[in-house]
Design a protein. Sequence first.
Length: 484
Amino acid sequence: MTPFRHRGVIEGFYGPPWSHEDRLWWIERLGSWGMNRYVYAPKDDPLHRARWREPYPDAALRRFVELIETGARHGVEVGFALSPGLSIRYGSREDIEALRAKFRTFRDLGSGFLSLALDDVPFELVHDADRRSFATLAAAHTALTHEVREALGPECTLWLVPTDYLGVRSSDYLEEIGGSLAADVEVGWTGRTVLSPTIETDEARRRAEVLRRPLLLWDNTPVADGPMRRMLHLGPYQGRSPALANHASGVLLNPMQHARASAVTIRTAARFLEDPEGYEPERAFSEAILELGAGAAEAFALFAEAHRFSPIAPEDRDRALEAGLAEARNAVRAGEDPIPALHALRAEVEARAGVAESLRTGLADRSLEAEISPWIEAHARETRCMAAALDGALAVLEANLARDRVFAFFALESKLSREPALPEVSYGPRRVLYPQLDDLRDDTMALARSDPTLLRDRCLADEVVSFAERIALDDLDVSEAGAE
């Protein structure tokens, strides 16, 4: 028996929502991986958030029914969320009835897992009438949640995503929610920050004690929205304590807008949720690559290695390539001849030279190929740059005449200058903001001190190029290299 009651995905990112076809694909996959929840909550669906009062049209409802029926066939409960917090008047019967009616529509379609999402909204009551009706924001949120719960009845599981949804410290808001909210309403939490690199048992315990109930973990991985959009997160699920089930009823992962690419991390997470104590991230990663990279599994494995970097793995890039660079650096530091290490590093780069073509022509899942196409091009570009830099450095080191060494360096830089810059990047980021916060209140919101927020110059391809340039310039006896 699996230790987590809820195991699945919440489509809760900012950006273009998934297609209906992708949702059907996902529900089937979740069932095949032993997961049991899919929750519809795309932030940029206007009828979910900005225009929450408006009913969904009949065509959308028919698609929702198909999702629910597909889920029933595959053992996956399909749920829906509404996010009214930007504009709702908590004391307005008109608004309350509109919200209750819309939730009842989901229930009547056959959904039994629903979420009231009050995240990413002001931390204070904004309407004068609400300030007169409620002493606190928590009181308003508790009252609204109970209104929805009463409208749905006991057959529905109701989940509240609170405004204070992260961190390990208590607050007046959380104390009131924990003490006033009906015990059968589940409450969401993202960990100690927005994109938690790790989630420890003690952190979960502290939040669960404040809320007086087990947590439902909204795990923001492999999501890559907002300022993270240039990144592609393809690493294994990791950094979560095996004992989380002692304080959490379940885990729902928030994916990227790239539906098929998100499956790499989430398929590995399925193995963790099935058996946290026996989970082996690298074994699960290899299994995911073989399944999802069918038709070009070897190339997809190398491609995924270049995109393991993420908030839960901020130091994880292409490990074999990074090891080769470390060997070359160590040779230089030790005063040894670097040429053998450079040739070995060049062989690692060469092994990646055919990845792009193999993926473009071989991947069986053409939707996956289309999603990752910009990063396939970026991977090819960065690989060419590394190859050119290493070839140039070796040509400088191995030339006999000074003229040949200088011309080899000019040729190196000429090749690099012809490579166009791309917005996407492989082998780690050039510049990316991971919005880590440890306080969400309006007057004390702060960036986290313990987790990396702004990461610069972490592209492994850039490091290889800079190292090769430095080696070449040192051989040319140029003291001000400006590299590394």
